[in-house]
Design a protein. Structure first.
Length: 182
């Protein structure tokens, strides 16, 4: 028996593709207009939460990030900063496993707190990696006041995306649009 069934594979592929396509089409425009990194984090957190909610298996979130990174780099080779989001997806996967899928998805208050916290931590890590490895130290210092502030901006995007992801999952559960079967 396979670890991931065909539905798991399909949702992982859809979430990764959604993340990659929106990150290479809409996110660069948002970045050019605002020079704020929120949109990539929002898209990423929503995609990771949807992948988690559907599969509820260790590795699904990390694979979503790996596929999103592969697609992003295939379509926009200069977007090497996306490796930071691969790392963020792995952190997200490990943290949800440590906290427990039941705590992250089934307990109303616990799930909101845990998914928001995990989204914030994961995206802050992505921001720190991008700030340290992929951006000019001069720009990071002059425009954003340092790596810590830039990571904080990513954390804000993680909070917004986490909130949107939790809201989306709750709406899907309420409408029984995509019923989860154990």
């Amino acid at each position: 028996m396979a670890y991931f069934n065909t539905r798991d594979v399909a949702v992982i592929a859809m979430c990764a593709t959604l993340w990659a396509v929106l990150s290479i089409t809409i996110a660069p425009f948002f970045w050019q207009l605002t020079h704020m990194p929120f949109l990539c984090d929002i898209i990423g957190a929503i995609s990771l939460i949807l992948s988690l909610w559907w599969a509820r298996k260790f590795g699904a979130i990390a694979i979503t990030g790996i596929i999103a990174t592969t697609l992003t780099l295939a379509l926009r080779p200069m977007a090497t900063h996306f490796f930071a989001f691969t790392t963020a997806s792995m952190v997200f996967d490990v943290l949800t496993r440590l906290i427990g899928y039941k705590n992250c998805l089934e307990k109303p208050m616990s799930s909101v707190i845990s998914l928001l916290t995990i989204s914030i931590i994961s995206m802050a890590i992505a921001g720190a990696i991008i700030g340290l490895l992929f951006m000019s130290p001069h720009i990071i210092a002059a425009v954003y006041g340092g790596v810590a502030f830039f990571a904080g901006l990513h954390a804000v995007g993680g909070a917004i995306g986490g909130g949107m992801g939790v809201t989306l999952v709750r709406a899907l559960e309420a409408r029984k649009a995509i019923p989860h079967k154990e």
